[in-house]
Design a binder for this molecule. Sequence first.
Ligand code: ADP
Length: 463
Amino acid sequence: MKVLFATGEAWPFVKTGGLGDVAYSLPKALKEKGIDVRVILPKYEQIPEKYRCGMEHLGHKKIWVSHYDAYVGIEQYKLEDVIYYFVDNMQYFARPKIYGEIDDCERFTFFSKAVVETFDLTGFTPDIIHCNDWHSALVPIYVRERGLTDIKTVYTIHNLRYQGFFPNIEIEETLEIDRAKYYQEDGLKYYDVISFMKGGVVYSDYVTTVSKSYADEIKTPEYGEGIDGLFRKFAFKLTGIVNGVDNTVFKASSEPKRSLKEKLQKKLGLNVDPDVPLVAIITRLDRQKGIDLITQAFDRMMGMGIQFVLLGSGDPYYESFFRCKESEYKGRVCSYIGFNQPLSIEIYSGADMFLMPSLFEPCGLSQMIAMEYGTIPIVRETGGLKDTVTPYNKYTGQGNGFSFIDPTPEVMLKILGYAIETYKNKKQWDMLIKHAKERDSSWNRPADEYIEVYRKVLNMRKP
Ligand code: ADP
């Protein structure tokens, strides 16, 4: 089975979010299971020099895009047994930003065309192209347009909020496809603009998203970002597969929690106290993450006798809120504004509880990472949070975390209170930690589920 994994980003070359992690870990896991999977992504200027220098030039050619001939070069790099192809065009990808350039529509149309038109340069003709998010959502359209009936397509949604919206005039000007055929409700049309993501959903052979609950939720107006009807219509080819965590990156140390917590408290300038519950959040400071619940409940949370640490950056309002709280609660609150992976691991290791009250969450990695480190998640029951955290039941002793449904500060506080009460009972808390650590968050099972999807599309009858 030959799979080409098309993505806008892949760690360690370039990463802005969860897609970057998946594009590194999933191909590696598939390769271990004997799938001949290769990854294709743009050759951005932001890719570190050490990788750029090691790339091998496979060739170049012209491809037709936006009414002119553009050069595409293909470079190859092998990392941990997986081959990566880089689509090279300086004009499109030597830019200050990876996404968010004024001509993103043209840049990623070019990329999508390059994916289906460079098999002669790579010498690799896939059975399946696995596309991801809006950046490669046009690939299924070009597979059809080029008459590549032997190639099947799978499309994965990592975050529905970013659909790749562009003016509808781009259909002729940039995409160069038939307006009558593609600019319709069951096509690219989204009100008066086009949504690349709709292309991926409508024209691919199978659609997946990154958790089972999110696959259900996006069929509702509350979570569907305006295309819930489309998901209901195409429910027959939609499924959810929960992401894994890369255990080579996030590996718990064998040191006892107590001493890791003490080290963390010292480092962050918190009062050293082994018995106070230490609650952490590590996140983008974005509304999506339910930060409003935390700001509204903050003083009441502190009134419950906890310590609090935040690692995050984003919305300036939230940033200044948490900075203020640090000075207000000296020795009890630490707000580290910024992105810092090594520090995140120290926090995951040393904290007792991990708070993640997201309003929506396609999958969520942080809660799974926290569990790996025996830090108990307190989450809202939505999307991947619901699929990965089983609420604790004090009567049966089952569960690996705490969860609540209503997105209100009061409900969140009540559950936090329940968590603190449980924390005081060492036997119960140790059992929770044991359950959290036991959860299998490896890529083994997700990789099997993707292979099952691949098998399914390969068995479909040709149109
Ligand atoms: P999302 O992809 O929506 O941001 P996820 O929970 O899926 O949320 O993934 C977030 C990832 O980014 C986790 O690995 C988390 O540890 C990491 N992360 C988020 N904020 C920071 C930060 N400020 N510093 C270090 N790591 C962070």
